[in-house]
Each structure stands twice: as C-alpha cells, then as structure tokens.
Ligand binder design. Structure first.
Ligand SMILES: CC(C)(COP(=O)(O)OP(=O)(O)OC[C@H]1O[C@@H](n2cnc3c(N)ncnc32)[C@H](O)[C@@H]1OP(=O)(O)O)[C@@H](O)C(=O)NCCC(=O)NCCS
Length: 165
C-alpha cells in the first residue's frame, strides 16, 4: 500500500510541515519503539518484541504518521470476526493537538472497514477519551484494574456509519 499524503493544511494549520500517513515497515520498528517510550509510561509502551509480533501478525496493521523521516505518531489495529480493535494509538508530545491521532484513527478504521470498532482507554486518560468521543466512540463497559492495580479501563465502541453525538 502506498503512503497516503494527508492534506497537511488541514492538520497543521499555518505550518509548512508535511505530515503523511503510511504503513510501517520492519525498518521502522526501532524508531517506533522510541516513539512508544516517549508516549507511554512504563510497561504500557510496546517493546520491540511486541512490535515485531504485531508487524508480522496477519490480522494486524500498523499505520505511521511521519514528518519527513521522523515518526511522530502511530496506530495499531487488528480485525477479528468482522470487528476492528484499536490496540494502540499515540502521538509524539511535540506534535499533539494537530489532528494527527484523529487522522491515524480514521486510517485504521478505513483500512479494516469493519462496522464496529472497539478500543480500551484508561479511566484517567481524559484527553484520549475526549478524542474518542469526538470520533463517535461510546463507553460500553468498565474493566477494573485492567491497566494494573487501581488503574481501570473503559471499553469504548464505535458503530461506523452511526452519527457521532
Ligand atoms: C491521546 C493522543 C493520542 C491524542 O493525540 P493528538 O494527535 O494530540 O490528538 P488530536 O490532535 O487528533 O485531537 C483531536 C481532538 O481530541 C481532543 N483531545 C486530544 N487530546 C486531548 C487532551 N490531551 N485533552 C483534551 N482534549 C484532547 C481535542 O478535542 C482535540 O481537538 P482540539 O485540539 O481541536 O481541541 C496523544 O495525546 C497521546 O499520544 N497521548 C499518550 C498516549 C495515549 O494516551 N494514547 C491513547 C491510549 S488509549
């Protein structure tokens, strides 16, 4: 699949930077691990082994957001029995609030094309929840201690084609 060039003006207003989305290649995985470390605390950051498994797993797909050669965001998803799961979404702290996560999320949804899309988010992660709600995801259940002791998860789901509130 060829890299898709985003309309940079729509996500980086007033900037000359060009952000484009493209699928990950094996050569990207080291840089991707560094991005994970910048974005997630501790064990929530995917390590190289996890990234390799996801890269080679036939049902999963990794999309990157790049500024030139630099990887500034990623989304990882898979599809099983007609339902897409967003497994990971993150954007470099220096590139946040520019619409990159929104574009990556849409990229994963479109890549698999399933009607239902689910994801997990920590209950304290208000920023990510705001993003997901804007994109039409609704909370469907709570998973106590999903991220560790006293760190609860919220399962969110989107029905594509259904209008966002
Ligand atoms: C959550 C995350 C992926 C958002 O990436 P992003 O590229 O900044 O998101 P977008 O620019 O697409 O945000 C779109 C909208 O979502 C909402 N939003 C995003 N981040 C937000 C935040 N921290 N606080 C409040 N609202 C937020 C806003 O409404 C935003 O629009 P606005 O900037 O015009 O106000 C990024 O902050 C990140 O990588 N965080 C660390 C990793 C993480 O928590 N990943 C999600 C795990 S479930």
């Amino acid at each position: 699949m060829a890299g898709r060039l985003l309309n940079a003006g729509s996500i980086l207003e007033g900037s000359d930077s060009r952000i484009h989305l493209r699928p990950a290649f094996s050569r990207d995985l080291i840089m991707l691990r560094e991005l994970q470390r910048r974005c997630f605390a501790g064990s929530q950051a995917y390590g190289l082994v996890t990234l390799l498994v996801l890269y080679f797993w036939p049902r999963s797909h990794i999309i990157l957001a790049c500024s030139g050669e630099r990887i500034v965001g990623c989304a990882v998803g898979d599809s099983d029995r007609g339902q897409t799961r967003v497994l990971n979404l993150c954007v470099d702290p220096e590139y946040r609030r520019l619409g990159i996560a929104t574009a990556l999320l849409t990229g994963i949804e479109d890549y698999f094309g399933d009607q239902f899309v689910t994801l997990m988010v920590e209950d304290k992660n208000a920023g990510a929840q705001a993003l997901y709600r804007l994109q039409g995801y609704l909370p469907v259940s709570d998973l106590r201690n999903y991220y560790g002791r006293n760190r609860h998860g919220i399962l969110m789901q989107k029905q594509r084609g259904a209008s966002a509130e």
